[in-house]
Design a binder for this molecule. Structure first.
Ligand SMILES: C[S@@+](CC[C@H](N)C(=O)[O-])C[C@H]1O[C@@H](n2cnc3c(N)ncnc32)[C@H](O)[C@@H]1O
Ligand code: SF4
Length: 447
């Protein structure tokens, strides 16, 4: 029996949002001078936590609003952006991503206000990528033009499926026709800068039906596609349905076939896969997401947002993993009281930093080049860390992994097996990089 374990492509965004990192690289965990090149720049993630209703599969940080509070949310997002920009001493924001929840429910003036604050406190170049996630609900579509006026220049549309019955069972509040209309409208406004999110491995889905659906999508979509394998998240309605056998999701082999089928089809249509779940034509890659995979510094504002940056403004010299308070009303109170809603800060040790660089970098088809690795690990090259391991050599010999003069990366087949390759690499990294004493790793709560 073919048993191909492949990385849960679907979790890219989930993983990204939850593990998003940035990176002023400190020389080491004990904190010699942080590299100014990396600490002066960051991307910005803005989390809009509200949705009109709960989709059956989703466990993102989202809430159904009790009342409209756009004005307060706007003020708090602005205030938190100011505080964290000041704390990080970042002088240039390279890209902005409004994610959620459903940020296309936010008023365009909120988007404009946040961008205005950012450009007053740091430089936000005209060419910077500014993405808005859009739900193709009738409520959102009429305003796409207003978002462009507010400063958005890229749309990421949550299509999820083009089958109306699937959309219904997933709890989506739009039809496939509305999704196609939204794509068309977005393409008219931002040609070449529209992405679609689609999920596969959905209940009752077959490989054949998925192939047909992809063909239809390819006639309508622009130059960027994100494909996510549906993950059954504990606590969701879908999880319960599958547990109680009221719904069934395709097996591992069928899902692996869907992934490979999609990779081949997209390739035939001129799309280059540049990351486990992401495909672009005409080089329309997501610069914001590439920043995460390349270990760039990142500020996250809004309830539950994550960030990775060096808090130079308060004398910090190592990169921190920061998480903002999840619950919007509590987050609002905290921002009003102390300027930010940071709930958790973790100082990353040198090993943890390299683990993130490895896990995120290996998601890219280009992998991690030598220069990139050396930047984060000046003491030990890729060859020195991984070259001596028997297990890594086996992966190289089997053709799943490549380590050459370009760097370390997965082969085409290897990328589909990334979740079984990563533990081998992480084990070797841990063996080679000295662990700091427990006291060097600080976990503390700010809230
Ligand atoms: C959290 S949503 C936010 C965007 C927007 N609210 C929407 O639903 O389109 C971002 C993306 O994550 C993906 N996603 C959410 N939950 C998922 C799950 N359980 N498994 C796989 N992908 C998921 C969907 O493709 C979705 O477009
Ligand atoms: S609209 Fe998006 S964020 Fe909201 S519940 Fe559905 S998938 Fe989750």
């Amino acid at each position: 029996m073919r048993r191909r374990r492949f990385l849960e492509a679907s979790r890219t965004l989930t993983a990204l949002r939850r593990r998003l990192y940035g990176g002023g690289v400190a020389e080491d965990a004990l904190g010699r001078a942080a590299s100014p090149h990396l600490t002066q720049q960051a991307s910005l993630y803005v989390h809009w936590p509200y949705c009109l209703k709960r989709c059956s599969y989703c466990n993102f940080n989202k809430y159904i609003p009790k009342e409209k509070n756009d004005h307060i949310m706007t003020q708090c997002l602005q205030r938190e952006a100011e505080t964290l920009l000041q704390l990080s001493q970042v002088s240039r924001i390279s890209s902005v991503f409004f994610g959620g929840g459903t940020p296309s429910l936010a008023h365009p003036s909120t988007i404009a206000a946040v961008l205005d604050t950012v450009s007053k406190r740091a430089s936000l170049p005209d060419e910077a990528e500014v993405t808005l996630e859009v739900n193709p609900t009738p409520a959102g579509t009429s305003r796409l033009e207003d978002y462009v006026r507010a400063g958005v220049n890229r749309f990421s549309i949550g299509v999820q499926s083009l089958q109306d019955k699937d959309l219904k069972s997933l709890g989506r509040d739009h039809s496939s026709r509305e999704a196609l209309q939204t794509i068309a409208e977005a393409r008219r406004l931002c040609p070449g800068r529209v992405s679609v999110d689609v999920m596969f491995g959905r209940p009752e889905q077959t490989v054949e039906a998925w192939a047909d659906e992809l063909s239809e999508l390819l006639t309508a979509c622009d130059d960027h596609v994100s494909l996510y394998q549906l993950t059954l998240e504990r606590g969701t309605q879908l999880f319960k349905q599958v547990q109680s056998k009221r719904a069934a999701v395709p097996g591992e082999d069928a899902t692996a076939d869907m992934y490979q089928c999609a990779r081949r089809t997209l390739h035939q249509h001129g799309f280059e896969q540049y990351e486990v779940s992401n495909f672009a034509r005409r080089n329309s890659v997501s610069h914001h997401n590439l920043g995460y995979w390349k270990g760039q510094q990142y500020i996250g504002i809004g309830p539950g947002a994550h960030g990775r940056f060096v808090p130079l403004g308060e004398g910090g010299v190592v990169r921190e993993a920061r998480t903002q308070t999840l619950e919007p009303d509590v987050w609002i109170r905290e921002v009003q009281q102390r300027g930010h809603g940071t709930r958790r800060r973790i100082l990353l040790s040198h090993l943890e930093l390299l683990e993130e660089v490895l896990v995120m970098g290996m998601r890219m088809t280009k992998g991690i080049n030598h220069k990139h690795w050396e930047f984060f690990s000046p003491q030990m090259s890729l060859d020195e860390v991984f070259g001596g391991s028997v297990e890594v050599r086996q992966l190289l010999q089997s053709g799943q992994l490549i380590l050459d003069d370009r760097g370390l990366r997965c082969s085409w087949d290897g990328l589909a097996l990334l979740d079984s390759i990563l533990p081998v690499l992480l084990f070797e990294l841990k063996r080679q990089i000295p662990q700091r004493k427990p006291g060097d790793l600080s976990v503390y709560s700010d809230g």
